[in-house]
Design a protein around this ligand. Structure first.
Ligand code: NAP
Length: 325
């Protein structure tokens, strides 16, 4: 097998494409011949030692991938040789093969495209947990999605629409805003120019958004929280901008509003049944054509550095896929 090996925490430039012994799955694991892996924001952080989970060196990055089961460890009953599967872990995906704990591997339902399987659970699972579970989003409510062109952002846009909400897609460029309209947003807001509070007032007839989905953080958070509707829910999803914002708590009092944390990885571990129910609803919506990963580009696995550069410079709309032959 081959894989991109991270031997030091010096970023993507230090990753090496190495030939490695093909591992045999331990008890409770399966080995996957990887067809596709997708890039998620934590993949950028983990090779610099900046992610909350710090694997022991050396490791193979890549948290989300799909392919076929090509070896089954002892005690695994829900997967068999040749199954088309999606896998989630925190590492292992940027290579040709990986052994994964079988509890992190889902067989893909009939009709679910193998490439989509590499770009689904992480972002759609997060956004479903955030909007449907944590925010209890109701049909007819208005959701403001920040970073709406990104991986979790495009998933949030589609999920909010599937739930019958109105979506204001907010991004840093007119091009990304135009793309979000094509993806079904009802309105857009470019937060790199103009007054965000005035724009939100105009877009919501003065009421403000009922739910804010924020994977960006930084200096946008306060003006947006000041604009939230009565009984609004502000979803803290991530800090792609790099800085963690602080909010004056009197604003929560004045709006009867909630600041709601979203931690999908722990939700999956702590509440496996609820998380499986969310994934089942998403699979149903996928079958009905209500949600589908937006694929920015498909690149050969050899061009991993280019994929990292594209994501790090905010050029991606949706998800970047890395493909093996
Ligand atoms: N809480 C959870 O359970 C959970 C789960 C998954 C991901 N996340 C977090 O969600 C965030 C987004 O992840 P993602 O995979 O969707 O990433 P992504 O595809 O790169 O999207 C991030 C978006 O953030 C915006 N952004 C603003 N400032 C940025 C900067 N300095 N660098 C890069 N992007 C910037 C960009 O949109 P504009 O250019 O339009 O501003 C970009 O589209 C990350 O912080 C990630 O760790 C959290």
């Amino acid at each position: 097998m081959h894989a991109w090996l991270c031997e030091s925490l010096d970023g993507v430039g230090a990753l090496q494409w190495r030939e490695l012994p093909t591992p045999e799955p331990a008890a409770g694991e399966v080995r996957i011949r990887i067809r596709a892996a997708s890039l998620n924001f934590p993949d950028l952080l983990i090779v610099e030692g900046k992610y909350q989970f710090k694997p022991t060196l050396p490791f193979v990055p890549g948290a989300e991938f799909s392919g076929h089961v090509d070896a089954v460890g002892a005690g695994v009953t829900h997967l068999k040789l040749g199954d088309a599967v999606a896998a989630m872990g925190s590492t292992g995906g940027f290579g040709t093969h990986a052994c994964v704990d079988a509890s992190r591997v889902l067989p893909l339902p009939p009709g679910f495209a193998l490439e989509d399987g590499a770009a689904f659970a992480f972002t759609y699972g997060t956004s479903h947990h955030a909007l449907i579970d944590r925010a209890q989003l109701q049909a007819g409510e208005t959701v403001l999605v920040l970073g709406a062109g990104g991986g979790v952002g495009t998933a949030a846009l589609q999920i909010a629409k599937a739930a019958g909400a109105k979506v204001i897609a907010a991004t840093s460029s007119d091009e990304k805003c135009a793309r979000c309209l094509q993806l079904g947003a009802d309105a857009t807001l470019n937060y790199s120019s103009g007054n965000v509070r005035e724009a939100l007032k105009a877009l919501t007839a003065g009421k403000g958004p009922d739910v804010v989905y924020d994977p960006v953080g930084g200096d946008l958070a306060e003006p947006v929280f000041r604009s939230i509707a009565w009984r609004g829910r502000y979803l803290v999803v991530g800090f792609a901008q790099g800085s963690i914002p602080s909010l004056p708590l009197n604003l929560a009092l004045l709006k009867g509003a909630s600041i709601v944390g979203v931690f999908w990885g722990d939700f999956v571990k702590r509440e496996p049944r609820a998380s499986a129910a969310g994934i089942n609803q998403l699979a149903q919506w996928y079958a009905e054509g209500k949600v589908k990963p937006v694929i920015d580009q498909r690149l050969p696995m050899s061009r991993l550095a280019e994929a990292y550069q594209r994501m790090g410079s905010r050029q991606v709309v949706g998800k970047l896929l890395l493909l093996n032959e």
